[in-house]
Design a protein around this ligand. Structure first.
Ligand code: NDP
Length: 248
């Protein structure tokens, strides 16, 4: 059976868990060869094994997106080994909720480096490759937090508002190069994201919130990403916000 992404190559960052793992599997199922990137190599290997067991092709590339050289290596290795680069999903992210008064500035720095500078570097590195091949698709996993600011999410809000602005400016620069951009803005998704919140009270509150409603699953978001990247080449789905029906 032919699939919409047959012959295409995708990179998914943060593919070791949550939305990234589900997206890697969804894009592989749609026919793409997928490079899976994150720091936890064993988790990446497990995702790659599932893709290969379903008849797909996967490449494990251990990557820390806060290291520019890792990001460049990821893009160059994928292009060389899988034979091109059509779809880049910048999904790796951290959400270190803290009130401004209590925030550790190292947590701010980490969020900026993972959620904002990582994707910026990846887009700059991927651009010439996509231009040369006549097109490509950048998908950035932002958040409802990139549109709505909330107390205690200030640092996280800064990175997600930031990636939204960067993506729109980039979009305008590349309209003549066949390069499409999509911002994915999920509401509450049940993943490991909450586990890294440094403030214990805020972590407990977030976990209570997850338990209080029917949260989205990583697969719910993966379907939206699949939708965006399987449109005809002249259609650029620039922004999708997806919330749990019960989320205020
Ligand atoms: P997870 O914690 O399950 O996934 C986060 C991923 O990011 C992991 O694969 C992790 O891999 C990776 N990551 C973190 N730091 C780095 C780093 N320095 N280098 C490379 N990879 C890194 O959470 P989600 O699946 O929920 O998060 C995915 C994206 O979705 C994030 O951008 C998040 O902001 C966004 N989002 C999530 C929402 C939710 O409610 N869950 C809502 C809105 C947006 P590893 O640790 O192995 O490196």
């Amino acid at each position: 059976d032919s699939q919409p992404l047959d012959g295409q190559v995708a990179i998914v960052t943060g593919a070791s868990s949550g939305i990234g793992a589900a997206t890697a599997e969804a894009l592989a199922e749609a026919g793409a060869s997928v490079a899976v990137a994150a720091r936890r190599e064993e988790r990446l290997a497990a995702v790659a094994e599932r893709i290969e067991a379903d008849g797909g092709e996967a490449l494990v590339v251990p990557t820390d997106v806060t290291e520019e050289s890792d990001v460049e290596h990821l893009i160059e290795t994928t292009t060389a080994e899988l034979g091109g680069l059509d779809v880049l999903v910048n999904n790796a992210g951290v959400m270190l909720l803290e009130a401004v008064a209590d925030a550790d500035t190292d947590d701010w720095r980490q969020m900026v480096e993972v959620n904002l500078l990582g994707p910026m570097t990846a887009m700059q590195t991927a651009l010439p490759i996509m231009q040369e091949s006549g097109g490509g698709h950048i998908v950035n996993v932002s958040s409802v937090a990139g549109r709505q600011a909330t107390a205690t999410a200030s640092g996280y809000n800064a990175t997600k508002f930031g990636i939204n602005g960067f993506t729109e400016a980039f979009r305008q620069e590349v309209t003549d190069h066949g390069v499409r951009t999509t911002l994915i803005e999920p509401g509450l998704v049940d993943t490991e994201l909450q586990e890294h919140i440094p403030d214990e009270e805020l972590q407990a509150e977030t976990e209570e919130w997850v338990a209080s409603l029917e949260a989205l699953t990583p697969e719910d978001i993966a379907r939206s990403i699949r939708f965006a990247v399987t449109q005809p080449a002249h259609v650029s789905v620039n922004e999708l916000m997806i919330r749990p029906t019960q989320q205020e």
